[in-house]
Write a protein that binds this ligand. Structure first.
Ligand SMILES: [Zn+2]
Length: 222
């Protein structure tokens, strides 16, 4: 074989090796890019598109679905059959680093207690709600504040009427659902769960905007 052909063969072999290395690095980069810390590849890629409809016929037992030790109450007055509220518990309880709540009215003890538990697990919990709802009967806001959860309100005669929350900056739950017993057991309500990155980023930006706008430093007392 002539030295010319040997050179051509060498160059072709080198190109092949380089392309293999580039492809390997590309695959590794893509894999890491998809994954969040602590999350498996299959978990991070999984698409979530669900809708929860209310009312539920009974209130779901929080201990049974997301409690550390389940429910050992033989006369439990809550249901152990999965429903929309139990699914909501599971979504919220899946939080590993943050829960950003932006809901008009928060009076549901079970959901407030779940936020308090997450706060104790060092999940960063932030709450935005309407200022006219914080002192209504059953409001959980003062309990949340007493437990060290940061709550901000709109301080306006207009309503902070959103009902959405963002879990771990990657999952959005949004709909008509207030965190009240009436919404759980009486009203026709919906709550959509999705992890579409573009939609979630829009809600994250809105949350950031409202969180800063409702900073007590930036709002004057009524
Ligand atoms: Zn129970």
């Amino acid at each position: 074989m002539s030295s010319g052909w040997i050179k051509v063969g060498g160059v072709a072999l080198a190109c092949g090796l380089v392309s293999e290395v580039v492809y390997f690095l590309y695959k590794r980069y893509r894999k890491r890019g998809w994954q969040y810390k602590g999350q498996s590849e299959s978990e991070s890629r999984k698409e979530i598109e669900e809708v929860l409809f209310f009312p539920d016929s009974q209130v779901a037992c929080r201990n049974y679905f997301v409690g550390d030790h389940g429910c050992d109450n033989n006369n439990c007055r809550f249901t152990h059959i999965p429903n929309s509220l139990s699914r909501l518990y599971e979504f919220i309880n899946s939080a590993k680093k943050s829960v950003d709540v932006c809901v008009f009215s928060i009076c549901c003890t079970e959901l407030a207690d779940l936020l308090i538990e997450l706060n104790k697990r060092n999940v960063t919990v932030r709450v935005i709600c309407d200022d006219e709802q914080i002192n209504i009967r059953g409001s959980q806001i003062w309990k949340l504040r007493k437990e060290g959860i940061n709550v901000r309100t709109d301080n306006s005669s207009y309503l902070m009427h959103h009902k959405f929350l963002i879990i771990d900056d990657s999952l959005l739950l949004n709909g008509s659902f207030n965190w009240t017993r009436q919404a759980i057991s009486g009203n026709q309500e919906n709550l959509m769960a999705l992890n579409n990155a573009r939609i979630v980023s829009l809600y994250k930006a809105e949350y950031k905007k409202l969180w800063e706008k409702f900073d007590p430093k930036n709002t004057s007392p009524l």
